[in-house]
Design a protein around this ligand. Structure first.
Ligand SMILES: [Zn+2]
Length: 213
């Protein structure tokens, strides 16, 4: 019987692949960069696009976007530290300076003013960025590593304190509660069980908070 034939879609992301990637992300505990994302809407969107690109099987896009977040995060940090010009050594070891607004990732990583403690991580991220000049495709694994390291750097530069969730009113005791979440528990995909402080150890579950983008 003649019918309509649809072309096959290459690299179609199945639900299974999505959930596998989500599980990978949850396992490595990527603490959502709350402060970075709340600086401006563009940062929030760039970061969430990096994560979604990884989850939907676009590791090349995820890596580029993650590195872009790093560049913006470093630039923002230096800018609020009132640094207008940065100093670095070029590829031949000569001392150079450049105005912050014109600086690219290379300058931001190499510069004397760079505040990040773990310089090896930055060099590694810079090396991953070389993918953007090659035809070789980025593996999921590399994209995930880039996301993890970039996020750690963003949280080091722009840290955040305990976050508070309000439950009003509580379905068990009727009162309002403020429940604190430590930054270490604020990793993407974490499901945090909320407990009523007025109830005993059993039957105190008042719901779940999922750390989302
Ligand atoms: Zn309660």
């Amino acid at each position: 019987m003649a019918g309509i034939s649809f072309p096959t879609v290459p690299n179609l992301v199945t639900v299974d692949n999505y959930s596998n990637r989500l599980n990978m992300l949850i396992q490595i505990k990527v603490v959502y960069p709350y402060s970075f994302s709340n600086i401006k809407g563009e940062f929030k969107l760039l970061y969430s696009e990096a994560i979604h690109s990884f989850l939907y099987g676009c590791p090349d896009a995820a890596l580029s976007l993650a590195v872009r977040c790093l560049e913006q995060g470093l630039k923002h940090y230096l800018n609020i530290s009132n640094i207008k010009e940065i100093h670095y050594k070029d590829k031949n070891g000569n001392k150079k300076s450049i105005r912050l607004i014109h600086a690219k990732l290379f300058h931001l990583i190499q510069c004397d003013e760079n505040p990040v403690k773990d310089k090896d991580i930055l060099q590694y991220l810079k090396s991953l960025r070389n993918y953007t000049h090659e035809e070789k495709l980025v593996e999921d694994f590399h994209a995930l590593e880039a996301i993890k390291h970039v996020t750690d750097v963003l949280n080091e530069l722009l840290s955040f304190e305990t976050l508070t969730i309000t439950v009003e009113p509580c379905r068990l005791c009727g009162q309002n509660h403020s429940i604190n979440i430590e930054p270490k528990d604020y990793f993407i995909g974490n499901r945090i069980k909320l407990k009523c402080p007025n109830r005993s150890e059993y039957f105190n579950n008042i719901g779940e908070f999922i750390v989302d983008l």
